[in-house]
Design a protein around this ligand. Structure first.
Ligand SMILES: [Zn+2]
Length: 137
């Protein structure tokens, strides 16, 4: 995700021009226009075009929800690839501390380190498909 849009400054019942919407959400004019063609509700027949604050908030919230990616238990979300990736060669470092484990590996492209926290109880299941090097901290 590029820049995180802000929700905090958006007033629900205020009608924003494209410029105001871009300012309160902290994104570019182009982003607002892209959102408008992607489903953000713009009020009909007004000049300039107006966007209700609550429509803007709802749109940003639904966008956030769709962007949060659930990864498979033996896969990682890579911030560089911006998608789910497998661990390179299936090799994963696993640091265990107080019932929690942190898995760290190279993205399958070998360009980025990927990691994620998991519950210690999931380690046996993960170890079926990944080669875990377990360190107890
Ligand atoms: Zn990657």
């Amino acid at each position: 995700m590029p820049k995180q849009a802000r929700l905090s400054g958006i007033k629900s019942f205020y009608c924003n021009t494209i410029g105001e919407a871009s300012e309160v959400a902290g994104v570019s004019l182009r982003t607002i226009r892209n959102w408008a063609s992607d489903g953000l509700h713009v009020m009909n027949g007004t000049r300039p075009a107006l966007i209700r604050g609550d429509d803007l908030r709802d749109y940003i919230k639904s966008k956030r929800k769709s962007l949060s990616v659930r990864t498979r238990i033996d896969a990682f979300y890579c911030v560089k690839c911006r998608k789910e990736r497998r661990a390179a060669e299936g090799f994963v470092d696993c640091e265990v501390k107080q019932g929690r484990a942190k898995l760290t590996a190279f993205c399958e492209t070998y360009e980025t380190v990927v990691s994620k926290p998991v519950a210690e109880s999931l380690i046996p299941e993960i170890a079926r498909t990944l080669d875990l090097k377990i360190t107890l901290l």
